[in-house]
Design a protein around this ligand. Sequence first.
Ligand code: F6R
Length: 592
Amino acid sequence: MCGIFSYFGPSDKAAEIVLKGLKKLEYRGYDSWGIAAKSASGDIKIEKHVGKISEVISLNSEMMMPSHLALGHSRWATHGGVTQYNAHPHSTENQDIIVVHNGIFENYLELKQSLIEKGHQFRSETDSEVFAHLIEENIKLGLEKAFKMACDMVTGRYAILAMSKYENKIIAARRGSPLIIGKAQDGAHFIASDVPAFLEYTKDVMYLDDNQMVVISDEGANFFDLASEKQIEKRVISIDWKEEMADKGDYQHFMMKEIMEQKETITKAINLDTEKIMEVAKKIKGAYGTYFVGCGTAGKVAMVGEYLFSEIAKKHVNVKFGSEFKSAKNFLTDRSLVIAISQSGETADTLEALEMAKSKGATIVSIVNVETSTMARYSDIVLPLKAGPEKAVASTKATTSQIAILTLLAYAVADKLDEGRQMLIAIEGQINDMLNPRYEERINSLSEEIKDSKDIVIIGRGANFPIALEAAIKLQEVSYIHAEGFAGGELKHGPIALISEGTPCIVLVSNDESKQEILSNAMEVKSRGGFIVGISPENAEVFDIWIKVPDAGFASPIVNIIPIQILAYKLALARQNNPDMPRNLAKSVTVK
Ligand code: F6R
């Protein structure tokens, strides 16, 4: 949440470089943005606005002054409404200290009160602005020292960057929110919330870890431990992402590009390193309690995992949402195994769950897309999705890769990894066939038919139940239609009261023991006026519309979610929403 980007280097177009970099981070927050740049004479200029940075063609003329040092921010509001004042960067009254911040300073109200008593004047309602004033309190000791002292005073999870009028440097620190330092051949240094922002300049990165600070100056990048102030040596790591992976290519939106990429990404998941899968399978067999943890879509994937483990591996696993993981604390020991599921690897609630698990001595595995993420670096074993950057807020390709990896793991625990792989390989080709223009057109007509609905209900049984929950997330977040997923059998215990004449009810069907029961549930809805959309390998009388999916056995959760992803996208377009940047949301939820 919130994109941070800074440049310090030989180019005198620092502000424009930051503008370009921030545009690549817009998926992290898009309600407002701002940039501060420093001229050779020490003047600092700030430009900030409400609105999307992708719509900005150029900066104000005064921002175009020659500048070698600039920082910027693309915001997802936490404290304070979406206004120009609340947009970052924030500064002291005379604009001599500038900060950008991602995360939350939990104790900002008390800090703000004591700063006001000392005569500081605040212009925004944000928690972030206090940091500039805290630095000002001790600026006579130099920016570095004052910055560190400010870090000692704030609590919470955050990433923070600062610069001042008086010194030619940018300082950054992190506690819980990501910051990555890029180092280019020409001596330029970048600090960003995510790697794609500076990929066109360099693939050489250094990671800032929690409770560390980096000072970027003419001397290069120097890293320090925040507590001891001791200098730390950092390794430069070369990453293998290609710049074009993070671009839309010929697609209008990232969401559709990423849905289509599932033709390749599922294959990549299937080809995950056998040794690693077997290593994790062994850990699961030996663990005294295995926990799957994730948030949002990843949390629903964790629930799918529970069904797959029960059916394929005959093994009980626990499933927790990151924000609810605390209820596991009394059961975690050094024999527990916690498997985190995440696209970004930066989700605050999941990370906090892992921190708690680690404090109890548990082994940590992550099934994660961003291999450079905090979660990946925090884990004992990483099972990477290798799906490439996922930039649309709504997760699509990461979801199916995560399910594919959990399927492989379940087969591996059952000592049948090859059988699992063969089963998934068999559906790969069928997924390719699904992702064609005719299929898309059929779902497009469905979206036209239901685009004005007030509610959409999705039902499934077994592993299709969490897929119904995930379908609801997909539809809600980009179409803004009220959508809810239910276990088919639960409907008559209350939710069926929601059904009225014409309410669309999407029924997820697989050719398994629950087939007849879910079709009966669909009939119950139809009898009350529901409009039944069947996602199923075979047509059924109860369906008003049938969307065919391959008969995929244990891979049904993968094939059943794909038409819903396309439907959500088409509904977003039909309702004139931007599917890549849905309102109120941001990719990578780095606050609790
Ligand atoms: C919904 C969606 C979110 C994420 C959730 C966890 O489409 O993408 O619900 O699944 O915020 O994010 P990660 O997977 O990055 O931990």
